[in-house]
Design a protein around this ligand. Sequence first.
Ligand code: HSE
Length: 362
Amino acid sequence: MGRYDLALVGFGGVNRALAELISHKEDHLAKELGLALRVVAITDLRAGSLVDIEGIDLTPLLAVEPGELSFAGLAGGSADPRNEWVIREVPADIVVEATFTNPIDGEPAFSHVRWALESGKHVCTTNKGPVALAGRALKRLAAERSVSFEFEGSVLSGTPVLRTAGRMFGGLDITGVQGIMNGTSNYILGRLEEGIELSAALAEAQELGYAEADPTADIEGHDVQLKVMILANEVLGADLRREDVFCEGISAITPQEVRDATSKGLRWKLVGSATRHEDGRVDARVAPLALPAHHPLAGISGPVNAVAFHTDLLGTVTVCGPGAGRVETAYALLSDIIAIHQRHADRDTAATRPVLKETHRG
Ligand code: HSE
């Protein structure tokens, strides 16, 4: 049995959903995968921090409404998130980072990931910022410390786009990728086709939990820009910065344009794409396109996302599935944990590591 102690950084929708999955799927994970997971620390901007190296009882925490949760006053709890101390000092095997994405410098998530890797802990994250802006450096740091840095959920939540490309496309030459990678904008474009105004459609997408905390990133394409950078860097071997990726969102598209396109058999989609040229140069862009019905991305509707890989031997291979949602994104983290387990099963984990005595502070 592989036993892993987890430190959850951020306890919003995604890491709460992961805690629920860990609780509900305990038997399944043990029987099917030989995996036992225990949460030993949680930090959160609003709730504070909670540490119990014997394993936190998640049930009472999950019974409290998210906005009302506070760790202050609990044994091992504090109103202070104590992020750096928890990440560096609490003896966890895996740090699970699910705080908000900052597209400018990737902070504070970049520091969370760096502290964990420097401390010799595996990291999984759903956070696009550190992966898009500093993925290469963080992967180098992980390799130096012989730990894993996993980030499947940074693109298309739990739909395994990165792992499919990384593990299943051996021997193929991938020349380009094209994707619908933002559920909010795709949902809105679909609602515009049905005659709903953009502001009302956005409110629906927020209500359904697809939109970012600041939906500007969804509407103006910046969310897709980061995902295109991650795909281009991971799949096409590029090293793109944000300013290398042209970005236009859907805010200028009018309901009339959407209806006109529909009458001609076209569908507006916000498409992120990256192409590798023969000299190795990679071009990437995000822009709305009116796609003909036969295009592999034209039929992708609502919050569903898809990525089409252009390959030398198979032509176009398209992976589609959910691109957002708390459970779907939590599954990405679970898939990362499983990947870590499969890669490091023979290494030191909670099952074998000596217990540190000094784990609580203040
Ligand atoms: N706001 C994003 C979307 C969530 O709508 O797809 C995942 O990045």
